[in-house]
Write a protein that binds this ligand. Structure first.
Ligand code: 13P
Length: 287
């Protein structure tokens, strides 16, 4: 059931668990996430970067696929289709394409510009019934061409962005896209607690969900994080399962080269990773 992400995240924040945003890259990814969510009765957010949308041709192609698949699979759990790290143009394209949620990422602008542009997109999104995420500070590392310095968010800036009426807020707290490097300092919970105290109780978002240790995930949830984004981890599990299949020579046995056979282990690996995230974030049975 396609919905915007506001209600599921407000519910998660109140219930002390988090909803997973799992980024999708193609049809197999989408099917793996939707079937896992339905099977485990978990709400879920499908994240789409500009780069992933380009691979899948366009945002409208993605929206059409997700809507058709959601219906054909008879998915009853709440599913949001969300733009990840959107530019101005991408936000407009997703409003047009029928996404149910957008992230306007103005974190690379000077703060006054981030504030004014976020205000515009809050109005546009809400007029069309979409939920909207904004970003303060920045997420370190790189994701589909979006590079961040990993600046810690300033709580006063978070307060001002939250006051615009954004539905959920991503803040840089030492988190990084991709695999965490050796010697990573961990999440800054002092900053997270300060942000929670000034953001009027809106659900907070933790990007860079791949590889964050369980205790840090639990502590972040206890401090107001209600949405956790995971992308790289599914890519790694898909790649490992596919590698194993090929290295075992299975593509050379009988019709093992059939794409439905070749992609099946990777598909199952994504489903397994998604299940583990639902369990870790506490969202199983919450739909
Ligand atoms: P990871 O790729 O580190 O899981 O981060 C995903 C993310 O934050 C999507 O915006």
């Amino acid at each position: 059931m396609l919905v915007n992400a506001k209600e599921m995240l407000v519910k998660a924040a109140a219930g002390n668990y988090a909803v997973a945003q799992i980024n999708i890259n193609n049809l197999e990814w989408t099917k793996a996430v939707l079937t896992a969510a339905q099977e485990h009765k978990s709400p879920v957010i499908l994240g789409v970067t500009g780069g992933a949308a380009k691979w899948m041709v366009s945002f409208s192609t993605v929206a059409a696929m997700v809507k058709a698949m959601d219906k054909a699979l008879g998915v009853t759990v709440p599913v949001a289709l969300h733009l990840d790290h959107g530019t101005d143009a991408q936000c407009n394209a997703c409003l047009e394409a029928g996404f149910t949620s957008i992230m306007f990422d103005g974190s690379h602008y000077p703060f006054a510009e981030n504030l004014s542009k976020t205000r515009e997109f809050v109005d546009l999104a809400h007029k069309s019934g979409l939920s909207i995420e904004a970003e303060v500070g920045s997420i370190g590392g790189e994701e589909d061409g979006v590079v961040g310095a990993g600046d810690l968010a300033c709580p006063e800036e978070c307060r001002q962005i939250a006051a615009l009426g954004v539905d959920f807020l991503a803040a840089g707290i030492g988190n990084i896209h991709g695999v965490y490097p050796e010697g990573w300092l961990g999440l800054d919970f002092d900053v997270l607690a300060k942000i929670r105290d000034v953001s009027g109780g809106i659900p907070l978002v933790l990007h860079g969900g791949t590889g964050i240790p369980t205790e840090m995930i639990q502590k972040a949830i206890s401090l107001g994080v209600a949405k956790i984004n995971v992308n790289t981890e599914c890519q790694l599990s898909f790649a490992a399962a596919t590698r194993e299949y090929i290295e075992a020579g299975k593509d050379r046995q009988g019709k093992g080269f059939d794409p439905r056979k070749l992609l099946a282990p990777g598909y199952e690996a994504i489903r397994q990773t998604v299940r583990e995230k639902f369990e870790l974030f506490g969202s199983v049975g919450k739909a």
